[in-house]
Design a protein around this ligand. Structure first.
Ligand code: MN
Length: 195
């Protein structure tokens, strides 16, 4: 199996960053009997964005979503696919230091479990096909979202769109009304200033 975490490792100097370290040759963790996890980390890097991550086959498939996931089915949000992250990253909250890749503060903005809504194909298969459907059970976000790849290549681009289900809500703005970490209650500004 290809080492899906090699890009994660190459971008980071473990002696400089507080993020989880992945040693070469480390096998992805298997958590087969539990529902797979998802996490959305708010990341105050050079440009503020939300990192959306889904546990798939032992690593976290990851997208940088500049505006976060909308709960309004009419809104399409750009999601740029980035390198897989290790499962331990789902709990990471802290400051990535100046000079390191992704420098800036990170909080766990939402977390929970998810389900693949495609009954025919595995999550890895739906992502490889460029069209996936997931049901998120988070503390802030709940319901179905579609992931549609619109451009391949080095940095594949996707659109993430709320599905029309009972959890859709065009009026919610959780990024503004619920800004704090679901893990520690801190805002990304508080984490950045060390409070
Ligand atoms: Mn990020």
């Amino acid at each position: 199996m290809a080492d899906r975490l090699s890009r994660y490792r190459e971008k980071r100097d473990p002696t400089r960053t507080s993020e989880p370290e992945v040693r070469p040759g480390k096998r992805p963790r298997r958590r087969r009997r539990q529902a797979p996890r998802f996490v959305i980390q708010k990341h105050a890097a050079t440009r503020l964005h939300y990192d959306f991550r889904l546990e798939v086959d032992g690593t976290l498939r990851s997208w940088a979503v500049p505006k976060g996931l909308s709960t309004d089915p009419r809104v399409k949000r750009l999601a740029v696919e980035v390198e897989d992250h290790p499962l331990e990253y789902a709990d990471f909250e802290g400051v990535i230091g100046e000079g390191s890749y992704g420098a800036g503060a990170v909080i766990v903005w939402d977390a929970g479990t998810y389900r693949n809504l495609d009954e025919e194909r595995s999550m890895a298969e739906t992502l490889a096909s460029g069209h996936a459907k997931v049901w998120l059970d988070g503390q802030k976000l709940r319901g179905g979202w579609t992931l549609q790849r619109t451009r391949g290549g080095e940095k594949p681009q996707w659109l993430v769109i709320k599905r029309r289900d009972e959890a859709a809500d065009a009026r919610r703005r959780p990024e503004s009304t619920q800004p704090a970490s679901v893990k520690t209650g801190r805002t990304v500004e508080q984490v950045a200033t060390g409070r």
